[in-house]
Design a protein around this ligand. Structure first.
Ligand code: NAP
Length: 276
């Protein structure tokens, strides 16, 4: 049985690939440009927004780790059904679980992909991760100046390590388990942006000040980074709320994999070189 890992260059995709390889599974990795993909497995080019590229990637594949690309999802479902795929694990988002998710563009985009998979003739497992620990890689330029600039420094989120998402996805794909289920994945404890900055300062051995951005300044920065302007309001609403009620944490990583979810400190130690 071959398992296709889409987005194998991505933080989560690579972690899924590594966990499947460590478990001795037969894996094929995909990227929009596989010629530049450095993986220890078979690889293939495939664009989830161009279904005509999917047949070769899905040939002989029984299970898929899938990134959310709603504009190509109907073509993906058709191609996967034709190839005889039995199980798809979707990297969705915990944003779909937020109380005001109807007003969140991020939630709508992920829900569209979820609905297409739920209606498909093969089984699906939906991953609902909270905020990624990797989001702090966006602080690198500020950290080089000795500062972390963020709105809502006391927002407490569940910072999930990509290797925990990778371990969960790999286990579910290899076992063919958790069919028809949604798994809410988080780190072990809510941790504020201010606390994340303190952990990074400690692990990197640098003094780091925290400077609070207004919502308007944060919106400007997100749009400058390429986010569509309708995304920041939903993100900022969640962060503002989590200054009052911390984001939920779950024990699903442990329930599925048997190991505890990794802490933000472990993430910072794993990524020390990314801040060099
Ligand atoms: N950041 C958060 O806090 C958060 C929270 C919940 C959920 N999420 C979800 O997690 C995803 C980001 O995961 P990540 O951090 O692992 O992302 P990442 O490191 O930025 O990697 C994204 C991957 O998507 C692939 N990709 C992009 N467009 C594609 C297309 N048209 N066809 C095929 N592959 C495509 C890229 O592959 P190539 O460039 O090699 O083609 C790349 O490997 C988001 O899309 C979001 O859905 C994020």
């Amino acid at each position: 049985m071959t398992i296709l890992v889409t987005g194998a260059r991505g933080h989560v995709g690579r972690a899924v690939l590594d966990a499947l390889v460590a478990a001795g599974q037969d894996v094929r990795a995909s990227s929009r440009d596989a010629t530049t993909l450095d993986v220890p497995t078979a690889k293939v080019s495939a664009d989830l927004e161009d279904p005509s590229t999917l047949d070769a990637a899905l040939d002989g594949v029984s299970a898929v780790f899938l990134y959310t690309r709603p504009s190509g999802i109907d073509g993906f479902v058709k191609a996967a059904e034709a190839a005889g795929v039995r199980h798809v694990v979707l990297l969705s988002s915990g944003a779909t679980l937020e109380p005001d998710s109807a007003h969140s563009r991020i939630a709508r985009v992920h829900r569209a992909a979820e609905e297409a998979l739920i209606a498909a003739p093969f089984a699906e497992t939906i991953l609902h991760p909270g905020a990624f620990a990797t989001n702090v890689l966006g602080w690198r330029a500020d950290i080089a100046e000795g500062v972390v600039r963020t709105p809502y420094p006391d927002a407490r989120i569940g910072a999930v390590h990509e290797r925990d998402m990778g371990d969960v996805a790999a286990k579910v794909l290899a076992d063919g388990s958790h069919l028809g289920e949604a798994l809410q994945l988080t780190g072990p404890e809510p941790i504020s942006f201010r606390e994340q900055a303190a952990v990074l300062a400690d692990v990197l051995g640098l003094p780091l000040a925290v400077e609070e951005l207004t919502p308007e300044q944060a919106t400007e920065r997100m749009v400058a980074l390429g986010w569509p302007p309708e995304v920041p309001p939903g993100v900022l609403r969640v962060w503002e709320r989590t200054t009052r009620e911390p984001a939920p944490v779950t024990d699903v990583v442990r329930e599925v994999t048997g190991h505890a979810p990794r802490t933000f400190r472990q993430w910072a130690e794993d990524h020390r070189a990314d801040f060099a």
